[in-house]
Design a protein around this ligand. Sequence first.
Ligand SMILES: *Cc1c(COP(=O)(O)O)cnc(C)c1O
Length: 849
Amino acid sequence: MQIQEPQLQGQDTGMQCEDDRTGIGVETLKRAFLDNLFYVQGKFPALATKHDYYMALAYTVRDRLLQRWVNTAAIYTQEGSRTVAYLSAEFLMGPHLGNNLINLGIYNQVQQAMTELKLDLKELLAKEEEPGLGNGGLGRLAACYLDSLASLEIPTLGYGIRYEFGIFDQLIRNGWQVEKTDKWLRYGNPWEIARPEWAVSVKFGGRTEAHKNAQGRYRVRWIPHKVVLGIPYDTPILGYKVNTANTLRLWKAEAPESFDFEAFNRGNYYGAVDQKVTSENLTKVLYPNDETYEGKQLRLEQQYFFVSCALQDMLRIMLRQKLPLEQFHEKFAVQLNDTHPAIAVAELMRLLLDEHEMDWEPAWEITQKTFGYTNHTLLPEALEKWSLKLFSSLLPRHLEIIYEINWRFLEQVRHKFGTDEGRIGRLSLIDENDGKFVRMAHLACVGSHKINGVAALHSELLQKTTLLDFYEFFPEKFTNITNGVTPRRWIVLSNPKLTNLITSCIGDNWIKHLEDVQRIETYAEDPGFQQEWQQIKRENKVNVAEILLDRTGVKVDPDSLFDIQVKRIHQYKRQHLNILHAITLYNQIKQNPNLDITPRTLIFAGKAAPGYYIAKLIIKLINSVAEVVNKDRDIGDRLKVVFLPDYNVKNSQPIYPAADLSEQISTAGKEASGTGNMKFAMNGALTIGTLDGANIEIRNAVGAENFFLFGLTTEDVGALRLTGYRPREYYEQNPQLKQAIDQIASGYFSHGDRSLFKPLVDLLLDKDPFMLMADYQPYIDCQQQVSQTYRDRDRWLQMSILNTARMGKFSSDRAIREYCQQIWKVQPVPVQLAAEKTGDGWFGTVTSD
Ligand SMILES: *Cc1c(COP(=O)(O)O)cnc(C)c1O
């Protein structure tokens, strides 16, 4: 067999001086790619699969990353830089390859290199399994923030969990969601490097013992029931067109070899293996709940495990850099992404007190100066609390420390407010209302120097409701930082055509400074520009139409209005309100078959938590309505309803650029911020939305005349609840609404089965906790406005262009600058690439340990 040699032979590339591991010329990239195919994948072209080619390309890109990563680490170590530690139980990174190509600035060279090798870059990009280590918005926010931190050259460590199975893959069978294990590591992960030399031990359970140390001081020893090893796996996070490559450090649990294994288990080999299995279960799977928590022991174990690993790792870094532990808060600014890592407050205290023999007062001062806490939700079902029984059995020493923190804190409360037992009960770290629980949000508030919400409304509501008592006690801790998303992934990578159009008009500075995209406003009414804008939107819609046909078999018209709601399925997000609109449109056409309506394609996607019965029933309802609507000949191309399975970062990237209309219709006061709303508007979709979360700020930015507003306000919702909300009255008084609900109840969409949707119908008519009935008619009227406006092509295009032009504020770069200034007090540390990669330059001479 003839092995295809690199097509370099005999060619003079003029690039021979480029290093194969770092060069970015097309010929160098081709040579490096083939080299990796041979020497890393062990394949030659005749035997290579698409996946082998993907891996060869991934390693080629990784080499270029490592050059920047090693330089970055060297400079951070040399300078002892102040560092952000972002603690998050979730990082929803999305595929790495495309993003790294954009940030390295070599997308075009690599595309050309692949074309010259007769390969299609798009096909190779599609081979990457995304690390789905998050549920939705919260995990994706962490990913956008890592991109911005690196792009702004801020020294950062992201700390989290290396789940072996991420968020499940979603299949749709007979209209129902079916969950499939996400085996994302099956074919290996070229983006991570294990660092077993930096493993740490984490203790669980057992008991504590008080004693006096050599100086006669009171000390506590923790004698654990079990010990688990944490192994760090590092992924480089490159900034956009800078040399900074920060680290995402995810921890995997393993059984320690020692811990009296042999003596304990002599002759009991299977018992020993069992213990290994038990230890490794810790990081086996991501809990698939979004915006609710499950009081499961394993979840608390996961939280404590990664937090302890992270803090021990930070202490190791301080020791290596010969920094005294008294400077911990000067070296590290630690951010708690929601309460999932809030146990860090007690763990840092434990490490300083018990393992480093510090006294309480200095340890507590360091702890409070170290942490910042980001609150993500007001929903009561999402506020984490752990029963004392579980907590004391797993973390006995931490419970003692929490009692001491609480005792001292409540003393201060008494000092400020006197003995107001109601207030003290509400502020206590221990909930004694109905069983006894540790309140993690309270621990986070007391242990942090700053507390922020994630949109203006959310921060305001936090201060007025959920955290009112804390706001009254230390108002100076509270602030707002409205969320943002990275334009690198959500515009440049997802929407290359729009990127080129914008750049051809105003240059490419907007990619780093999204405020600059405002400069396209001057073209908003330019017919040539509008024409190109429309053409790009149409091509993006054709692309999604092909995806829908391929994945669902439904053919949709790219000239219809693409009306899209993609996000986790949740009652508060109200996908079922959207489906009531679909049914209403359907009935209008059925009643008047010649009705001249604006043709629409309603696209849904999103996962439901496996244990969230009503959310799963909503998916079934969407698919049931789709089945009836899509095959009805009276309807034709005027209305289509499609549910795209398996919503994740990879599948979402083509969706946002193809939307005409973005559905952001949560009950006012329930969506903390939302970030999907931002991705849509940046890509020129108009929003139909309520005054909720960041919708309010998006509307202020793009102009009320460029936003479709409807529905109850937060105040309306509260007032209506107080005066007695009677959802059934809306149903009885509104014939269109009544018809839609009656059809669902009568089995019209379920082959005559009246029982199928009964739980949903009963819930809406009797309780309607998210007030769909009250918002139905305003929503339908607003959708009618949307349809009218869409018919005025020039007006719609102008609105679309102005949406993109005015979204500058919603870049995660702006959000991260605010965190840096208001909370973290960190400065950029620019990285220069050293000329030499060996010798005494920046690595120092070769030594061991
Ligand atoms: C942006 C994003 C979300 C968050 O969407 P919301 O509309 O803000 O709820 C969830 N999942 C994925 C995959 C995302 O990319």
